[in-house]
Design a protein around this ligand. Structure first.
Ligand SMILES: Nc1ncnc2c1ncn2[C@@H]1O[C@H](COP(=O)(O)OP(=O)(O)O)[C@@H](O)[C@H]1O
Ligand SMILES: Cc1cn([C@H]2C[C@H](O)[C@@H](COP(=O)(O)O)O2)c(=O)[nH]c1=O
Ligand SMILES: [Zn+2]
Length: 267
């Protein structure tokens, strides 16, 4: 299937994305997503009523009646002069439950609201909430590509769509062995903005994957904190509650908890 058509179409609350006529000629498997999403309505349909206020807190407002779908700049990217003249790399790291994915999704939303085309990638190892979306621990989600390695991203997206892409969001960066090699190309040579989030440390506070390796490539590095599950103070580390000893173990609050230094040391 044409890789452009395999593109996940992201319905973001943006005034900058007119609905291109090609949506109407999209393959049938996409149309249900597009037509059921009030964010990407055809010109003939009246605008839907605004989502209930309770959704206002969510950065993306996707819901069961409004599945999030995402266009990746295939139709209406910003002209080159309004994109970042050179690329950028921003790293967001910290323990689990620190808000890394939440910040990532908000940043992606902001980029789309500024008229940029965005694609999200996560590791296909992260099966906690399904493979077609990046999902926060609060349940906010955004469609993505789930890949085993970042080097396949350009082929997955298709060269034409990749060339038009402005921003690449990477979640769970600690699981990508080719993180360093991948990040430098889009930022150094392709003028793209890369925002990568991931764990800096594993449950034993050792460097996890290649997240720290891309710090020397980065424009900015942000370490977030969570709340210590024991004492409520700022948590900088993640502890494993179970006895498994492997470094990579997919899980949530059932397996891990964020802790302060004191709790990390007394285990
Ligand atoms: N101990 C905790 N400290 C902070 N947030 C927590 C904690 N336990 C659960 N949460 C929830 O996790 C959310 C952050 O989720 P997420 O952005 O997916 O974090 P991360 O990607 O860093 O694991 C918070 O908004 C909060 O509702
Ligand atoms: C500490 C630690 C975590 N993991 C896994 C557990 C989760 O699936 C992810 C992190 O998710 P989040 O978005 O940061 O909440 O990584 C692991 O495999 N090994 C570890 O030591
Ligand atoms: Zn504590």
């Amino acid at each position: 299937m044409n890789s452009m058509r395999s593109i996940i179409i992201m319905a973001m609350r943006s005034r900058h994305f007119p609905i291109p006529s090609s949506f109407h000629s999209s393959p049938p498997h996409l149309l249900p997503l597009i037509q059921s999403s009030p964010l990407l309505r055809s010109r003939s349909q009246p605008p839907p009523s605004p989502p209930p206020l309770c959704l206002a807190r969510s950065p993306f407002r996707p819901s069961s009646s409004c599945p999030a779908v995402a266009v990746l700049g295939a139709h209406d990217p910003l002209p080159m002069e309004s994109r970042s003249p050179s690329g950028e790399i921003h790293v967001i790291l910290g323990p689990m439950f620190a808000g890394k994915t939440t910040i990532l999704l908000r940043r992606m939303q902001d980029e789309v609201d500024c008229g940029r085309s965005v694609a999200m990638v996560k590791s296909d190892k992260d099966t906690r909430y399904g493979l077609d979306s990046v999902v926060t621990h609060d349940g906010v989600k955004m469609p993505c590509f789930a890949l085993s390695e970042l080097s396949s991203f350009r082929d997955k997206l298709g060269t034409e769509a990749y060339d038009k892409l402005n921003v690449i969001g990477i979640d769970e960066a600690q699981f990508f062995e080719d993180l360093y090699d991948f990040c430098s190309n889009p930022a150094d040579h392709d003028g793209k903005i890369v925002v990568a989030t991931g764990l800096d440390g594993d449950y034993l506070r050792r460097s996890f994957g290649s997240v720290l390796d891309i710090v020397p490539l980065a424009d900015s590095v942000t370490k977030l904190t969570a709340r210590c599950e024991i004492c409520g103070r700022r948590a900088f580390f993640t502890l494993k509650k179970t006895n498994e000893t492997q470094t990579e173990l997919i899980g949530g609050a059932d397996v891990y908890m964020p802790v302060c230094r004191q709790q990390a040391l007394c285990r």
